[in-house]
Design a protein around this ligand. Structure first.
Ligand code: SF4
Ligand code: SF4
Length: 239
């Protein structure tokens, strides 16, 4: 796989990139091969729901679960096909899960970095353009602001949930020397990825957390938000 090269320039939301991706580009579908496609909890929710699969069924058919090297958090990644290294969701006409494709597929060719302003503590988003020689979308003469590109790609809810889960990852990175117990790992997987079972455990009263509604009335998005907050407030307590 070729190493991505970043433009040196950092872009804000109102800066422009010149890019378009559509079935007419000569490289159409080229970037859907040999990808290390890690799914965030929200990516996983969207994809498995679109496919009508339970978490176990999705993992059995399309994915693998492993423990992250630094964070020791559970990670779900999509397995590429063994015969041609294509993403299993790729079809000749394009992505078969386009409406629910993961955030990494939506945001390309941008990379997003979120920092805290050291003085105000406020969140600052910056973007950089990834240049890979196989990607001809950069030659399409379509200027678009980063803000408009994000809206076009439906990235807003992905950014919301990925930032929320990013706090879990950042806390683990800060406490990487403290190993997680098996029980902690199970609860993190349950609350962030196995939402149907998480709902059942909440209904049974075996996990206590504050909820705005009875568990059976929560949408899966609300359940995921409650799960990530539970992990932050009750599982990853190191201080
Ligand atoms: S999910 Fe869709 S867009 Fe993403 S790599 Fe697979 S086929 Fe390509
Ligand atoms: S390589 Fe670039 S332009 Fe070509 S299909 Fe992928 S994102 Fe679109």
């Amino acid at each position: 796989m070729e190493e991505p090269v970043f433009d040196p320039r950092e872009l804000g939301l109102d800066d422009e990139l010149v890019f378009a991706c559509h079935p007419g580009v000569p490289c159409f579908n080229r970037c859907c091969y040999d990808v290390h496609l890690v799914l965030s909890p929200y990516d996983f929710l969207r994809l498995r729901r679109a496919l009508g699969l339970s978490p176990e069924e999705f993992i059995e058919r399309y994915g693998e679960v492993y423990i992250g090297e630094v964070t020791q958090l559970p990670v779900i990644a999509v397995h590429m096909n063994s015969h041609d290294f294509a993403c299993p969701f790729l079809r000749p006409e394009g992505c078969s899960v386009y409406a629910d494709r993961p955030s990494a597929c939506r945001i390309y060719p941008l990379a997003r970095f979120v920092r805290r302003d050291p003085e105000t503590g406020e969140k600052v988003e910056v973007y950089r353009i990834i240049r890979e020689t196989h990607c001809k979308g950069h030659y399409e003469k379509r200027p678009i602001t980063v803000r408009a590109f994000i809206a076009e790609q439906g990235l807003e809810p992905y950014h919301y949930f990925n930032d929320l889960f990013g706090e879990v990852v950042a806390r683990r990175q800060r406490h990487a020397d403290t190993p997680l117990t098996g029980d902690q790992l199970d609860l993190i997987f349950l609350a962030c990825y196995d939402l149907p079972r998480f709902r059942e455990e909440l209904k049974a009263g075996s996990i206590e957390t504050e909820l705005e509604k009875p568990p059976e009335e929560l949408t899966e998005e609300e359940l995921l938000e409650a799960g990530i907050r539970l992990v932050m407030e009750k599982v990853l307590i190191f201080d």
